[in-house]
Design a protein around this ligand. Structure first.
Ligand code: CA
Length: 330
C-alpha cells in the first residue's frame, strides 16, 4: 500500500515538473512564456506538488529505502534458486530412452469402465473404476478379458480411484473424498477398514512390501500399508525438469511405470532416483487396432498399466477403451 501511495503522490507530480522544466529549456528560458497565463498556472501548480513530494520523501525515506533493499535481495535470491534448480535438472538427469515395444496380443475391455486402477494378481486382472455414477471393482480372466465378478460402489458420494493388492488385501483410493479403503480380497462387497488421506487420490501400486500413491503432481508417495502413513516420497524428473500429472502406476523390479495423464505416454521411473529412464508411447494404438472406435469424451485417455509377471508383459488400457493391449517390452 505504501509503495502504491508513493507512486501516486511522488512519481506522477515529478513527471509533470520534469515536463515544465523541459518546456522552459526548449524556449531558452524566454521570459515571455511566464506571461502566458496557462503555462504560469501549470508551473506554479507543479511547484506546489514538488514541495509536497519532497515532504513525503523526507517523511517516508527510511521505509522507502528499506523496501528497495528488500525487493532487491528477494530478486537476487530467486535468481540464485532458479540457477540451482537448472543446474540439477540439466546435469544429473539423462534424456529418457524411447522403449520400442511389440503388441503381443489384445483383450476386450469394458467400454463402461472409466479405468483408474489396473493390476494383475493370482492370474486375474483387477480393475478399479471412477466417476460418482459408475465406480466399481471388476475381476477379469487374463486370457479372455471376460469379467467374472463385479462389485459396484453403492455410495454415490464416493469417486473410486487407484487400486493395489498386497498381503491378500485390496487397497482403494478415492479421488477427492480423502478416504482410502481396504478390503479382504475374498470379499470385495464391503471394506474392512478406512484410512484418511490428505491429498487427492490418483494411482496406486506396491513393491510387495509398501504401497506407492500418485496424487496428480510430480510426487509419488511411499506408504506403510498398515497405517497408510507416508514413509517416503519420490519426485519424478527427466532431463527437462519435474514431471507432473502422474497417474496410474505399476511397480516392476525397482522401476515404476506411470502414465502421464492426458498423454499417450508411459514413463519408466527409477524408484531409487525418481529419474525417468525410458518412455513408451502408445500413440496410434487405438486407431490401428480399433479403427471404428469413437471415444465417448475427451476424458477417454490412456490410464491403466498392469504387469503380467508370468508372461513378462505390460497390460495397457484407457478410460472407456474397447481394448487392453499386451505389450512386450525390449
Ligand atoms: Ca497398475
Amino acid at each position: 500500500m505504501f509503495f502504491g501511495e508513493f507512486v501516486k503522490t511522488m512519481i506522477l507530480p515529478l513527471q509533470g515538473a520534469v515536463r515544465v522544466y523541459f518546456m522552459i529549456l526548449l524556449t531558452n528560458g524566454h521570459q515571455e512564456y511566464y506571461f502566458n497565463k496557462r503555462i504560469l498556472i501549470y508551473f506554479r501548480l507543479h511547484l506546489v506538488v514538488f514541495k509536497f513530494q519532497r515532504e513525503m520523501y523526507n517523511k517516508y525515506k527510511v521505509w522507502l529505502w528499506a523496501a528497495v533493499i528488500v525487493l532487491a535481495s528477494c530478486k537476487n535470491k530467486k535468481e540464485e534458486t532458479q540457477a540451482a534448480v537448472s543446474a540439477v535438472d540439466s546435469t544429473t538427469v539423462k534424456a529418457p530412452e524411447v522403449l520400442a515395444y511389440k503388441v503381443a496380443g489384445t483383450l476386450k475391455h469394458d467400454t463402461a469402465a472409466y479405468t483408474e486402477g489396473f493390476e494383475l494378481y493370482g492370474n486375474k486382472l483387477y480393475e478399479g473404476t471412477g466417476t460418482f455414477e459408475n465406480s466399481f471393482i471388476s475381476i477379469a480372466d487374463t486370457s479372455t478379458g471376460k469379467i467374472e465378478k463385479k462389485f459396484p460402489l453403492k455410495d454415490k458420494s464416493l469417486y473410486g480411484e487407484g487400486i493395489s493388492i498386497l498381503n491378500n488385501q485390496l487397497f482403494r483410493l478415492t479421488y477427492q473424498n480423502h478416504i482410502a479403503y481396504v478390503y479382504d480380497l475374498k470379499d470385495l462387497t464391503k471394506p474392512t477398514g478406512t484410512f484418511k488421506w490428505p491429498y487427492e487420490g490418483w494411482g496406486m501400486t506396491n513393491d510387495g512390501k509398501n504401497l506407492y500413491v500418485s496424487v496428480g503432481s510430480s510426487f509419488i508417495y511411499k506408504l506403510d500399508p498398515k497405517s497408510f502413513a507416508v514413509i517416503g516420497q519420490i519426485q519424478v524428473t527427466d532431463d527437462l525438469g519435474t514431471v507432473d500429472n502422474l497417474n496410474e502406476l505399476e511397480y516392476v523390479n525397482g522401476f515404476i511405470y506411470v502414465n502421464k495423464w492426458q498423454t499417450t505416454k508411459i514413463l519408466k521411473v527409477d524408484v531409487s532416483t525418481g529419474h525417468v529412464v525410458g518412455t513408451i508411447d502408445c500413440f496410434g494404438l487405438l486407431s490401428q487396432y480399433a479403427p471404428n472406435y469413437t471415444p465417448t469424451s475427451s476424458d477417454s485417455v490412456l490410464n491403466g498399466v498392469a504387469w503380467d509377471k508370468t508372461h513378462q508383459l505390460l497390460y495397457v488400457t484407457g478410460k472407456n477403451w474397447p481394448l487392453i493391449f499386451k505389450l512386450k517390452l525390449p
